[in-house]
Structure formats: structure tokens, C-alpha cells
Design a protein around this ligand. Structure first.
Ligand SMILES: Cc1ncc(COP(=O)(O)O)c(C=O)c1O
Length: 379
């Protein structure tokens, strides 16, 4: 099923190969492979001085090709947001895959436990009921999964809410067949957008201190925490330096969207959307790259050549900018935009135009895209 999808998008977008990055049918998603390579190398170089290893989050990029590049560069495996991403990555040769979220729902749990029969999968749990459901399905599938207990370290999303809850859940997981407790996950997502680095350091350290307390309590209750997984792009060099943390889940560093922007230096934007000027009236410029072709979550996209203009509005098919005399764009011109948020941009497209030296050299499928299972349930 995955290879059929690969063939389909390569056929559909293949005619773009050989074109310059500014000569594509717009809106077009462009991955600058030269910049991606530099970002990957820079991350590996930075982490080489830290104890934690890298387990990049691939929900941002949804590309088996890119995941394999990250593993070849030294990542220990990947983490995913969904069971479908995990199935794609593990079927594409990534050997150690962690689903850094809860998997809920009978059929998704069945897909997870079936996939675990011949793959090394780890899943996050934060509730005894969910752990029990996974264990029951694993017995039916005759498979075994690794489990990490997710701990809420301040974000208030997933995760057990207290140290005692963590210990109680560990005791249950330990008794449930088909599950092997490997450690904890504590994603400090509430720190990611903190612009003041000193405050971010303080908040991330506080989050990891708390995670360390949970690890200590679990250890003294007889549960070894071989895996302590945490961190994202905005905190990789803070959390990665924490001696308790064994792996970092950063993902967006590969693309560096506007959300992550200058939070951490050394990385450069590697993902853009090419748009065309389709309307021009006075100072109002409208591009065809609206919100159906670019992620606008948290922070708005900006034009790469004109970073000083703030977008007025992103409608479905229209990106509106108010410009002035500094703008040289004319009706019919193209311009590249840096997405506000890369993960929700990527999810809108079938494939990347992979660009090297400004020329499209390959088409890489985005898989699985969308919220559905995309046929993976049947596979
Ligand atoms: C559990 C978890 N880990 C890691 C990340 C990666 O964060 P980033 O893409 O900012 O590197 C996320 C992002 O949402 C996440 O939800």
C-alpha cells in the first residue's frame, strides 16, 4: 500500500523534476534538501556533546526518506504522533519507533498490536484503562510492546498528573501481559514558545526536575527507567544537557518554520511554499497560497524575500499582504513563503518537491497524510 502511494505521487509530480524551484505549479511545497542536510548535521553535532541521544519526531515531516536520513546521521529511531505514522516508519526500515502519544480506539489499538508482532514499537500510556486495552489486544495479536509512562511536566495535555499516579500505573503495566515498561516520557511543550531564553531554561529545568522526581520514585518502587524521553526543538539544548534525560524528541529543527524561528540559533528554514501573485490592487498583494496550502497555526507565514511584511489575512485560497514601494513583485510573479507552522503545512500536501542547488531533483511522498488511516488499517 505504501509503495503504491509512492508510485502514484511520483507519477503525478515527477514532471517537475529538473525544473528550477521558482518554476513550479503553485502552490507547491518545497523541501530544500541542502538546508535539511545542514540542519540534521548541526543537530547531531550539538547533541554529540550531550548525554541524550536524538529520537526525532516525524509528525513534522511524515517522510520515510527523511526519517532514514536522520537515522543514518545517528538518530536512535524516531517518534511519531499516530499509530499510522508508526506503521509507515517501521515498514520503511526505521527499526525503533515510539508513538509519543496515546493510542485510543479499538481499531487503532488492534492495528498497533498487530504491527508490533514483527516490529519494535513503543507507545506512551497515561491511563490504566488504555494500558489494559492495549494489553488485551496484544494478547489477541500475540505481540509485545514497549511502554513509556507519559508524565505531565507542566503542559497540562497528556500525562499522569502526580508521582503517585505514575507509580500506580507502573504497577498495573507491570502486571499486564504483552507490555514491557521501559521508562517515562515528559514533553515540556509549554516551554517551546517562551521567547525569553532565561525563562525557557528555568521552565524546562523545572519540568525535567519534576520528571527526575518521578524517575526516582519509580526506581525506588522497583521500576527501572531505561528510557527518559523529552524535549523538542525549542528546548533540545537545555533538556539534552539534563543528565537524567536519555533521548530528545525534537522534530521541527529539520525545517525551522516561523513558530520555531529564532528560538534556537544555528538552523535555517528548509521548507517553503511557492505561491503566485494572483491579485494586485494598489498596495494589496494577494498570493494563491492561502490557508489550504500553508500552515498558519500560532505564527503567520512570511515571504522569504520580504520578511518585513506581515500578512493581513490568510483565507482559504488567498494570502493577503499589504506592501509598499520596497516590494518588486508584480502580477504573475512567484514568491516563497516560510510556513507559520510546518507540521500543518506538510499535512496538506501529497508530496515534496525535493530541491538541491535550487533544482527539483526528486519527489518524496508525504505519508501518511491527513487524519485518516489512508488504507493502512487494511494493510
Ligand atoms: C510529544 C512531543 N514530543 C516532541 C515534539 C516535537 O516538538 P518540535 O517539533 O517542536 O521539535 C512534540 C511536538 O508537538 C510533541 O508533541
Amino acid at each position: 500500500m505504501i509503495s503504491t502511494y509512492h508510485e502514484h505521487v511520483r507519477k503525478a509530480y515527477g514532471p517537475a523534476i529538473g525544473r528550477n524551484r521558482r518554476e513550479l505549479v503553485t502552490p507547491a511545497l518545497i523541501m530544500d534538501l541542502d538546508a535539511v542536510r545542514r540542519n540534521i548535521q548541526f543537530m547531531m553535532q550539538r547533541l554529540s556533546t550531550m548525554k541524550a541521544r536524538l529520537r526525532p519526531h516525524v509528525k513534522c515531516q511524515k517522510s520515510p526518506e527523511l526519517a532514514r536520513m536522520q537515522v543514518e546521521a545517528g538518530a536512535i529511531g524516531v517518534c511519531t504522533a499516530t499509530v499510522w505514522e508508526a506503521i509507515v516508519m517501521s515498514s520503511s526500515g526505521v527499526e525503533d519507533v515510539m508513538i509519543a502519544n496515546q493510542v485510543g480506539g479499538r481499531e487503532k489499538i488492534a492495528a498497533l498490536t498487530k504491527a508490533a508482532k514483527d516490529r519494535h514499537l513503543t507507545v506512551a500510556v497515561d491511563d490504566t484503562r488504555n494500558a489494559k486495552d492495549i494489553s488485551t489486544a496484544a494478547q489477541v495479536a500475540r505481540s509485545e510492546l514497549d511502554v513509556v509512562i507519559e508524565v505531565d511536566v507542566g503542559m497540562g495535555r497528556g500525562g499522569v498528573r502526580s508521582v503517585d499516579e505514575a507509580v500506580r500505573l507502573a504497577q498495573c503495566v507491570d502486571k499486564f501481559s504483552g507490555l514491557r515498561l521501559r521508562g517515562v516520557q515528559g514533553y515540556e511543550g509549554h516551554c517551546m514558545l517562551e521567547p525569553d531564553r532565561a525563562v525557557r531554561i528555568q521552565k524546562a529545568n523545572a519540568a525535567m526536575d519534576y520528571l527526575g522526581t518521578v524517575v526516582d520514585r519509580l526506581t525506588s518502587a522497583g521500576f527501572d527507567c531505561e528510557v527518559v524521553s523529552a524535549g523538542g526543538t525549542g528546548t533540545y539544548d537545555i533538556t539534552g544537557n539534563n543528565p537524567r534525560v536519555t533521548e530528545i524528541q525534537a522534530g521541527s529543527y529539520t525545517y525551522m518554520d516561523n513558530f520555531h524561528g529564532n528560538l534556537v540559533p544555528g538552523f535555517s528554514p528548509a521548507l517553503t511554499v511557492l505561491g503566485s501573485v494572483v491579485i494586485q490592487h494598489g498596495n494589496t498583494l494577494v498570493l494563491d497560497s492561502g490557508r489550504k496550502s500553508i500552515g498558519i497555526d500560532f505564527v503567520l507565514p512570511t515571504m522569504i524575500d520580504y520578511p518585513f511584511y506581515q500578512a493581513r489575512y490568510f483565507a482559504e485560497e488567498h494570502a493577503l499582504f499589504e506592501v509598499d514601494d520596497r516590494c518588486r513583485l508584480e502580477l504573475g510573479d512567484v514568491v516563497e513563503l516560510i510556513p507559520g507552522y510546518a507540521p500543518t503545512t506538510v499535512n496538506l500536501y501529497d508530496a515534496y518537491h525535493v530541491v538541491e542547488n535550487d533544482v527539483v531533483t526528486d519527489i518524496w511522498p508525504i505519508v501518511p497524510r491527513g487524519a485518516g488511516h489512508g488504507g493502512l488499517f487494511a494493510s
